[in-house]
Design a protein around this ligand. Sequence first.
Ligand SMILES: CC(C)(COP(=O)(O)OP(=O)(O)OC[C@H]1O[C@@H](n2cnc3c(N)ncnc32)[C@H](O)[C@@H]1OP(=O)(O)O)[C@@H](O)C(=O)NCCC(=O)NCCS
Length: 178
Amino acid sequence: MNRALPAVRLRVPTHEDAFAWHRVFDDPEVMEFHGGRSAELSVYEELTARQRRHDAELGFCLWTMTDEAGRVIGFTGAQPWAPDWGPRGEIEIGWRLGRAHWGKGYVTAAAHMTLGRLRAAGVPKVVAMVRPGNERSVAVTRRLGMDLAETFPHPRLPEEALCFRLDLRGSTTIDYTE
Ligand SMILES: CC(C)(COP(=O)(O)OP(=O)(O)OC[C@H]1O[C@@H](n2cnc3c(N)ncnc32)[C@H](O)[C@@H]1OP(=O)(O)O)[C@@H](O)C(=O)NCCC(=O)NCCS
């Protein structure tokens, strides 16, 4: 891929960002693989508060993503995998983008930035957990050079969750300057 990546900024989510995430993700296409319908504002209030704790304790989190004009367009970043199934003990990278901003490379740009920050923080490897059928998300993992490492039976759904993994010690990604 030789196209220039769009300019994107990542910041620790503020409390106000909970309102922005709620608004930007209020779309059935965005939520197709996250329960199928929009989440309550309280979900994003808890999620953004948790990310501030991760930032304070770990130095990374799911960051609010803003575009060239400073508008909130979604989140990308990393957090410890929390459920009691799947890749326990590992660091998960994740992304969610408002529907109006798909197809422009924003998440690829933000994910490369995330990997750079995680390497600098000494994180040795990351996983990305993707539901089967979420082809756009699988395509992001491919752009990052991730491999499908294993699958985990989903505890509540009749499907296998796809676990992509990337070793950050040996791999390099494109040189992307923040
Ligand atoms: C998964 C998701 C973030 C992918 O968004 P996306 O815009 O397709 O991903 P990217 O930011 O990597 O952009 C890639 C697209 O931009 C295009 N693009 C333009 N310039 C580009 C560039 N310089 N580099 C890479 N891609 C570029 C690509 O061609 C591709 O579009 P296409 O698939 O229509 O060809 C988005 O679909 C989403 O938020 N889904 C809902 C939430 C979700 O499922 N999250 C993941 C849970 S595991």
